[in-house]
Design a protein. Structure first.
Length: 157
């Protein structure tokens, strides 16, 4: 196991009341990002342990800041490996002013922008792009897709 998946309380609350009705109240997706440089960018493996680099800590900081900018956003579990950052993001549909699905690309773009800004500051660079253009996304709309996303997070660790 590379690193323990970070837990957030909403997952446990959500799992306890998981039902088809719950999926209509929230827009949920699993996302996975890769840096352009895939050479242990976020940390290194030392035996079976994962030692996080400052770049990994910076990315986690940017992730955790998202609800400050987007109060409609609730963050779920996340994981970080040497070359991948993945997480679950949830939108409370009752708090969204329009189509909740529209928030996902905005939130993910804000994450990539903020983490890139912080990484550039850390490295003393300007305008350097750290992330690949695309990211993987799985819409979570059933118990099965929710379990699949949690499995992916655990598998990465």
């Amino acid at each position: 196991m590379l690193q323990t998946v970070q837990k957030n309380i909403f997952i446990y609350k959500f799992l306890s009341g998981l039902s088809p009705v719950g999926f209509s109240k929230y827009t949920i997706c699993y996302v996975s990002f890769k840096p352009k440089l895939e050479n242990s960018y976020f940390g290194v493996l030392e035996g079976s342990d994962f030692r996080e680099k400052l770049e990994g800590k910076i990315v986690i900081k940017a992730w955790k800041e998202l609800p400050e900018k987007y109060p409609v956003c609730i963050l779920g579990d996340y994981s970080i490996t040497p070359d991948t950052f993945s997480g679950i993001v949830m939108i409370d549909n009752s708090q969204a002013l329009d189509n909740p699905r529209k928030y996902i690309p905005k939130i993910l773009g804000a994450f990539k922008n903020r983490s890139t800004l912080l990484l550039n500051q850390f490295h003393g660079t300007h305008g350097r792009i750290f992330w690949k253009n695309s990211y993987d996304e799985i819409t979570i709309d059933s118990v099965e897709s929710f379990n699949r996303a949690l499995h992916l997070l655990k598998k990465e660790n």
